[in-house]
Design a protein around this ligand. Structure first.
Ligand code: ACM
Ligand code: ZN
Length: 572
């Protein structure tokens, strides 16, 4: 009995060790189509064969990454591929302090073994992402029937160009289920991007539970209807109540999911503008609590108008745009409210940053509000722009005392930048350049290259696409972007932390549509923020993008298919 067990054991070891018919396979360039393109990649002969004997091993500080890879391989190969910390596996994960570059990794694949070494666990995670892209895309469907799952031999040394590699998502205009936020996070991870900028509050909806202010979600998360057609050419109002919000438990779950994938979630709480939903919930936040909400082109819903007629002067906005009703900067209660809200936000998000908005805040209410004017006078401020700066600086001071830093849209430059603020440059690069020259950190998100709410075709073909905000940003345009403008010196360029794709969802009312707008532009952006400028090549990228398309299909994500229906020049 004992002898037969030993024979069985020895033969299974021999099978796993020797019977790899792919030991001498010749691989081709097309076996290594990775996005974003790694820093260096050396092709070798042979392929690693995944078998039921394959095990992943690593130290306990890589448990999260090991379990991530183990569940992926177990689910997709239908073999039980465990992560073990006690013995050595044929796939080994390791922290290697000799790797100097932040988030760097080395992936070594031979026909016998795979070794993923990272400077830290983040590096190891990115090595795993690359490994996943070397596997057949069909695996991702979970329906593959082959038992010949192989990985081509290679040595890859890799690390990112920028430390901030972000994707934004507006859930104010339209909200999406927790399952979709996780799918979005998985897409971010697939592209080795590392930040989800979660735009949680808007004129059209407040989307996060705040226990101290329950009306923010009871009232502020719902609107009575939504305009139909394009803003300024509305065709009507759908007269349908629309709403939703994330509970704090859901937020914790999402943040945990993101953290396991080395993604930081930065919450955005918009102030002092884009505040209509908060004001509808607590009217004292307005300079003029009794003035009714302005309804553009009389396109408000019947229910909204009835509510106003009955005395609810403020309603959650039903159309898009910029609204004059903003947080009153003269009322102390506004600051108490915002600090209370932020006090609940801070423990939910481990991120070092909170995004405080700062964009598109009209000054017309402040100009006619006695409390705001008194604030200007008492603080010897020059004008309403300096009042905005006062507002942002007060919020920054509060957040700094809680160990957080602020990011704001580039309008926070107007009236003077808060001392420790990071600027997100969206109205072109001008604000980013100015902030970098003032030695402030910058994230580039210019509307010329990084706004994924714009069309993916030129004007004459708008009608062929779903309704979008307007403007045209092709994948090639995104790909061409360099976040470090020539106007900056080498020293000043160091303040550019990276770039981000923005996804404003006025017209994106389904997850399918969000995916369509994001892909493949996000794949192009991932290479902008990861790959050294000198390694980028549009034709080479386009060639690799064809493999990414197979992966999108296998993952069941939507994308702009027409982008692939182009001329025959898809070769490197
Ligand atoms: C913005 O697009 N309003 C930042
Ligand atoms: Zn006021």
């Amino acid at each position: 009995m004992k002898r037969s067990l030993i024979v069985l054991l020895v033969s299974s070891i021999l099978i796993s060790a020797c019977v790899n018919p792919y030991k001498n396979s010749q691989n081709m360039v097309s076996d290594y189509l990775i996005i974003p393109k790694p820093q260096s990649l050396e092709i070798s002969q042979g392929r690693f064969l995944i078998t039921p004997q394959t095990k992943i091993s690593g130290t306990s500080d890589l448990e999260n990454e090991g379990q991530y890879l183990a569940s992926f391989l177990t689910l997709t190969t239908k073999m039980n591929i465990p992560f073990v910390t006690q013995s050595s596996g044929t796939i080994e994960l390791k922290i290697d302090k000799n790797i100097k570059e932040d988030e760097g990794y080395i992936l070594l694949v031979t026909s016998d073994k795979i070794l993923i070494s990272g400077k830290n666990s983040t590096g190891v995670f990115y090595g795993i992402q690359t490994l996943k892209q070397l596997l057949p895309a069909s695996l991702e469907t979970g329906k593959t029937s082959t038992n010949k799952i192989t990985i081509p031999a290679v040595t890859i040394k890799d690390n990112p160009r920028f430390s901030y590699r972000g994707m934004h998502l507006d859930v104010g205009r339209h909200i999406f289920p927790v399952s979709f936020i996780k799918k979005y996070i998985d897409l971010i991870a697939l592209h080795k991007m590392n930040t989800l900028h979660w735009h949680l509050t808007e004129d059209q909806g407040w989307r996060i539970e705040i226990k101290k202010y329950p009306k923010l979600t009871e009232v502020g998360s719902k609107r009575y209807g939504t305009i139909t057609g394009h803003f300024h050419q509305e065709t009507g109002n759908d007269e349908t109540e629309y709403g939703g919000f994330y509970t704090q438990e859901e937020v914790k779950d999402i943040v945990k999911y993101a953290t396991q994938r080395h993604i930081t979630v930065i919450p955005e709480i918009e102030l002092p503008g884009h505040a209509s939903a908060a004001i509808a919930s607590y009217t004292f936040l307005s300079c003029f609590p009794d003035e009714p909400t302005f309804v553009t082109n009389n396109m408000g819903s019947k229910a909204g108008k009835e509510a106003q007629a009955k005395g609810s002067s403020k309603i959650v906005q039903e159309t898009w745009g910029v609204f004059d009703d903003v947080f009153c900067a003269g009322n102390e209660k506004t600051f108490t409210f915002l600090e209370d809200v932020l006090a609940e936000i801070i423990p939910l998000f481990p991120s070092e940053y909170v995004h405080i908005g700062g964009d598109e805040c009209p000054k017309s209410n402040w100009q006619r509000c006695p409390a705001c004017q008194k604030r200007i006078k008492d603080n010897k401020l020059a004008d309403e722009h300096e009042l905005q700066s006062y507002f942002i600086q007060r919020i920054e001071k509060y957040l700094n005392t809680k160990g957080k830093k602020i990011i704001g849209w580039d309008e926070i430059l107007e009236g003077g930048l808060a001392p420790n603020a990071t600027v997100m440059s969206w109205r072109g690069e001008k604000g980013g350049i100015e902030a970098a020259k003032q030695h402030h950190n910058v994230i580039m998100t210019p509307g010329t290259h990084c706004y994924f709410d714009k069309y993916q075709v030129d004007k004459q073909d708008y009608a062929k696409e779903p309704l979008a905000i307007g403007g045209f940003i092709s994948v090639e345009k995104v790909y061409s972007y360099d976040p470090t403008p020539d106007a900056l010196t080498a020293e000043e360029k160091k303040y550019i932390l990276g770039a981000q794709g923005n996804v404003w969802t006025e017209y994106m009312d389904t997850t399918n549509y969000v995916e369509y707008m994001v892909l493949p532009r996000m794949s192009a952006l991932s290479e902008v923020v990861w790959t050294p400028k000198e390694n980028k090549n549009w034709n080479d990228f386009k060639f690799r993008l064809n493999t990414m398309k197979v992966l999108y299909d296998a993952l069941g994500v939507n994308y702009a298919k027409h982008v692939f229906e182009t001329k025959k020049d898809n070769t490197p």
